[in-house]
Design a binder for this molecule. Sequence first.
Ligand code: NAD
Length: 484
Amino acid sequence: MNTPNLSRRRFLQTSALAGLGASLAGLSLGGGNAAAQTMTPPKEGVDQGRVLPRPAGQKPVHALITHPLERVRVAVIGLHRGLTHVQAALDLEFADVIAVCDILDDRARQAADECERRRGKRPVVYSGTEKIWEQMVERDDIDVVYIATPWAWHVPMALRTMECGKHAFLEVAAAVTVEECWRLVNTSERTQRHCVMLENCCYGENELFVLNMAREGVFGELTHAECAYIHDLRRVLFELGGEGDWRRNYHWQLDGNLYPTHGLGPVAQYLGIGGGDQFKFIVSMSSRERNLTKHRDEQKPNGGRHAGEKYVCGDMNTSLVKTELGRTIMIQHDVVSPRPYSRINALSGTGGTFFDYPARLAINDPKSYGLEARGSHEWLGDRDLAAMRQRFTHPLWRKLAERAKGHGHDGMDFVMNWRHLDCVRRGTTPDSVAYDAAAWSCIIELSGRSVATGSLPVVIPDFTRGLWKTMKLLAIADPTSSLS
Ligand SMILES: NC(=O)c1ccc[n+]([C@@H]2O[C@H](COP(=O)([O-])OP(=O)(O)OC[C@H]3O[C@@H](n4cnc5c(N)ncnc54)[C@H](O)[C@@H]3O)[C@@H](O)[C@H]2O)c1
């Protein structure tokens, strides 16, 4: 892999990372932070406040209907992770890849080569400079722009994309600061374009299985969920020419949860966050920082050039979110400890409990489902669990399982892309909109705020501005809605 030609100093000048520093001024910022040290003054519709009046000229987007399209024309920026989205689009009979963009010319050309090989038509290539994407999003033959770049670019690219009349499909996390989250919401509402965060974990087989059981009442009244991003990334965080060039920077910027959405997205959908319930406040606590420093000091990656870096992000961050309906969500983040991968993916209610890694289900009244188990003191046996899967596999997964084989992350990347692009094709609202992208992403800054104040509760903004009370369930979560 080649290294994007961006120095660290230039990265710190870009809006998101500089915005993070400005927004977190006064918190525990570590060495090497060149960001400003004063709070960003509140702006209209861009405040930390919980409910703000909707600025004039904006309309809600939770039920945004757009013109149906015969074919969906996509463009992709950032062709490492973004290549997955190119490949998924090439497998969709109703999608065309019109243009591809990466600073690195060879990455853009390789993506274009693949399109040409498989479809016989070469997309237009934009490459060579860090602003070339601006020309691409101005084209008048694109419906959707995928943004799969380092986090600092997500928001500027998404804002411009929507201003230019296209839907913005953003990799995770959509934004790093609360202010950026409001910008996504306000621009989506003003332009009436979708701002969809590409949270592929919402489309995992187990996640859709649990979502379907939740909607079908298996868990009864929902009370508690647990989720995480636990993934040993120590080697990746020092990789040159990839995420190591930018992702480790956040470990000296913020002590909190740097990657909440893989765990939180699915459980937010189980709980109907944004459609009947809403996040209310968060408390967060971090362990001491040890593993990244230890790895750096022992392995001396890249010839020992990182010796001066001071990491402030605790190895394990644990946050608790309380919802308006009194439910609780535990969210963990640990990307530096020697332990196996887990998103926990747990849900509990009056009717039963599910835990993942590995998948386990306990049911309060197994007999009502014709199961062999006698009660909920033990997890269901293999036969019972298989019977529940047979009955409650989500219709979307049933429909797409075969086609998803061989695609990224056990097929969930394909299911997600099929679903979002199919919504755009039909002109219906995607399963998650700007409010969800903002609510799930704002945990980054807010967990940091709570950690920095001795784990005090921090209010979570209501990006729907009160609409959550009346918003319908997501189509994907509504057992009565057709997904065909
Ligand atoms: N959902 C998932 O499972 C998943 C998996 C991996 C990464 N991601 C997300 O995808 C995004 C990208 O991650 P990655 O691993 O591909 O990072 P990466 O650093 O490996 O690749 C980023 C690519 O973007 C290009 N790029 C950077 N700035 C650009 C600009 N201004 N214009 C055009 N191209 C630019 C780089 O040249 C590079 O090819 C991140 O947001 C990450 O969190 C999500």
